[in-house]
Write a protein that binds this ligand. Structure first.
Ligand SMILES: Cc1cc2nc3c(=O)[nH]c(=O)nc-3n(C[C@H](O)[C@H](O)[C@H](O)COP(=O)(O)OP(=O)(O)OC[C@H]3O[C@@H](n4cnc5c(N)ncnc54)[C@H](O)[C@@H]3O)c2cc1C
Length: 381
């Protein structure tokens, strides 16, 4: 686990080269203009980066989560927006793999894994974020269809996605009343509301979904009625590894920029890295990047072994995203005034880092998950 195999090293090199080629030329412009380019997604798909852990039989590479984390780290080093895109497109793949029927897998997995189809995950609502089980969107069975009504908020790829996994209420209050559905683009009654204007992650579209009597075939139910909360939480356990890996890549990019700058920049006739105040800051940043990477890889490795991993994934998400925020902020400090300008990528990385502490369960919610695990493990009931 502490060294990469030859195949893993080759995958990292390939992911790095493909990310630089596909995303690099427009990364700055797309952040400034809040532009999402579907053609970049297709290029990452052509490079084989959109279905890393999906089985080969369903069009993926059939690799593990360690490989997935390695790839996301490389994409995030170029642009965290795009690592998040690949991670979000991965959520329907995780769900279909675990809960889908063969017919559902056949219909969607090869397209999602090859980037012919873009996927999305719609859990959050205006009134339910951390308390996801209180969601209010409804799905009512009518003959061989379900009719969906409600509003989903903060949906990454909203308006662009070809298929959404939508969580909606089919039963009573609480988690057991929630079911999961596949809703395709073009479904009558599926509309899009406002696009969020965000601090960071600006090349990734975040859009409101509006479901008004949206009719979908009954066979688009994922799992059984009442499984929806379990479907969503199981995807988020895996998703936390991907957001952790994205933050490791983001933090590495910030460290790369700051350390190189500190070796070059002179004040008082001295390279600034030789001022202990700056050198120690860089040393702490490097410690945080390595610690975060190790924990993300451990969570990924446990998942690959089919061992319990949810609490370690929550720790990895917390540690890596807090590291991302801290390292990117310190990188701006190391660059001084230049760090505050758009001439260097560190201000963008700092803006992008913040949202990682919020998405796929805020870092407070991760601590709730970890504390619950401790309570069980130490006999608290
Ligand atoms: C850029 C972006 C992209 C997103 N993409 C998606 C997407 O694709 N699909 C999707 O479904 N959602 C998406 N989300 C939504 C995201 O998952 C939620 O924002 C997140 O879960 C938090 O919910 P909330 O914003 O409603 O905050 P709230 O739940 O209202 O939380 C507000 C504050 O209270 C704290 N808090 C809440 N409950 C507790 C508790 N029990 N203990 C301690 N503190 C608590 C939180 O940590 C936070 O600090 C996205 C959000 C953003 C910003």
């Amino acid at each position: 686990m502490f060294t990469l195999s030859e195949d893993q090293r080759a995958l990292v090199e390939a992911a790095r080269a493909a990310s630089i080629a596909a995303i690099g030329p427009t990364v700055k412009q797309d952040d400034e203009t809040e532009t999402f380019r579907p053609e970049i997604f297709r290029k990452l798909g052509e490079a084989g980066l959109c279905g890393i852990p999906t089985a080969e039989a369903w069009g993926g590479l059939g690799l593990g989560y360690v490989e997935y984390a390695l790839v996301l780290e490389e994409i995030a080093r170029v642009a965290p927006s795009w690592a998040v895109c690949i991670a979000v497109n991965g959520l329907p793949q995780i769900i279909l793999t675990k809960f889908g029927t063969d017919a559902q897998r056949q219909r969607f997995l090869p397209g999602l894994a090859s980037a012919e189809l873009l996927g999305a995950f719609a859990l959050s609502e205006p009134g339910s974020g951390s308390d996801a089980a209180s969601l209010r969107t409804t799905a009512v069975r009518e003959g061989n269809q379900y009719v969906l009504n409600g509003t989903k908020f903060w949906i990454t790829h909203g308006g662009y996605a070809d298929v959404y996994v939508v969580m909606a209420r089919t039963g009573g209050p609480g988690p057991k009343g929630v079911s999961a559905f596949l809703v395709e683009k073009g479904t009558p009654g599926l509309g899009y509301g406002k696009k969020e204007e965000k601090m960071g992650l600006r090349a990734s579209p975040t859009v409101e979904l509006v479901l008004e009597n949206a009719r979908i075939p009954a066979e688009n139910l994922l799992g059984a009625e009442g499984d929806g909360f379990r479907v969503a939480m199981s995807a988020l356990d895996s998703g936390r590894i991907t957001i952790g890996a994205t933050s490791v890549g983001l933090a590495q990019a910030a460290l790369d920029c700051a350390a190189a700058y500190a070796c070059e920049r002179k004040q008082f006739d001295t390279q600034i890295i030789d001022f202990q105040g700056v050198g120690f800051m860089l040393a702490d940043m490097a410690c945080k990047v390595e610690t975060a990477r190790l924990l993300v890889h451990k969570a990924a490795w446990l998942r690959d072994q089919d061992a319990p991993y949810a609490h370690i994934a929550a720790m990895a998400k917390c540690v890596a995203t807090d590291a991302g925020m801290s390292v990117a902020t310190d990188a701006v400090q190391v660059l001084g005034g230049y760090g505050y300008t758009r001439e260097y990528p560190v201000e963008r990385l700092m803006r992008d880092a913040k949202v990682m502490q919020i998405v796929e369960g805020t870092n407070q919610v991760q601590r709730v998950v970890i504390a619950r695990h401790l309570k069980r493990a130490y006999g608290g009931g």
